[in-house]
Design a protein around this ligand. Structure first.
Ligand SMILES: N[C@@H](CCC(=O)N[C@@H](CS)C(=O)NCC(=O)O)C(=O)O
Length: 211
């Protein structure tokens, strides 16, 4: 039995897209970040950094396995199922590189940009310019790569695509004309958004359902 602890944010959606792509059955526990539910002791025991997504798996013999962080969840299930990572070593290395760009550059930069541009009590132009520039570096790198390959890893759809998509989707709906400026990114975004598993994963957790 798998239980995903999540909230409708890009990092949370990476995990639900993965589970949907793999066709795994899972329960969803909504952790309301706005209400501070992530700071509760029971969630701290699952996610020591008190961030979603996290996942708990009940194993035979009463053992419980936890995973926290979208990167760990994506990599664990890709390795375990032998899916969503290219078999060819060169393509796998490429996919790993873009997967890490999604997890360690694009995601954190987008979140920090949001913190400084929309939520900081004081406007700090240097911080806003810095994160804008860093985000642009990510978008430009993705644009060039997607001009040369169908998916980020190459010919194979992989966890690299899943690690980047929710942050690109969030930027696309935020306005600013991201997809108009980056046509390769738009082609890839639209193809991803059309995948039924991506559509299902993006709708998790269901905010209209009782918790
Ligand atoms: N390294 C983690 C970061 C996860 C993360 O930043 N989660 C955010 C939501 S997208 C969160 O839980 N924020 C709550 C908080 O910062 O208190 C990952 O890649 O999943």
């Amino acid at each position: 039995m798998l239980t995903l602890y999540s909230f409708p944010t890009p990092n949370g959606r990476k995990a639900s897209i993965l589970l949907e792509e793999l066709g795994l059955t899972y329960a969803v526990h909504r952790v309301d970040l706005a209400a501070g539910e992530n700071k509760r002791p029971d969630f701290l025991a699952i996610s020591p950094i008190t961030k979603i997504p996290a996942l708990v798996e009940d194993l035979p013999g009463g053992r419980v396995r936890r995973l926290f962080g979208s990167g760990a969840i994506l990599l664990h299930f890709a390795e375990r199922t032998g899916r969503l990572l290219p078999e060819d070593e060169d393509e796998r290395a490429e996919a790993m590189s873009w997967f890490m760009l999604g997890v360690s550059d694009l995601g954190p930069t987008a979140i920090d940009m949001q913190r400084f541009a929309a939520r900081a009590p004081d406007r700090i132009p240097h911080a806003i310019d810095l994160y804008k520039g860093e985000l642009m570096r990510c978008y430009s790198a993705l644009e060039d790569r997607l001009g040369a390959a169908e998916h980020l890893g190459g010919a194979t759809y992989s966890i690299a695509d899943i690690a980047c998509f929710p942050f690109i989707a969030a930027a696309a709906v935020a306005g600013g004309g991201l997809l108009e400026r980056f046509p390769n990114l738009k082609r890839w975004h639209d193809a991803m958004a059309d995948r039924p598993a991506v559509r299902r994963g993006m709708a998790v957790p269901d905010m209209t359902a009782p918790d």
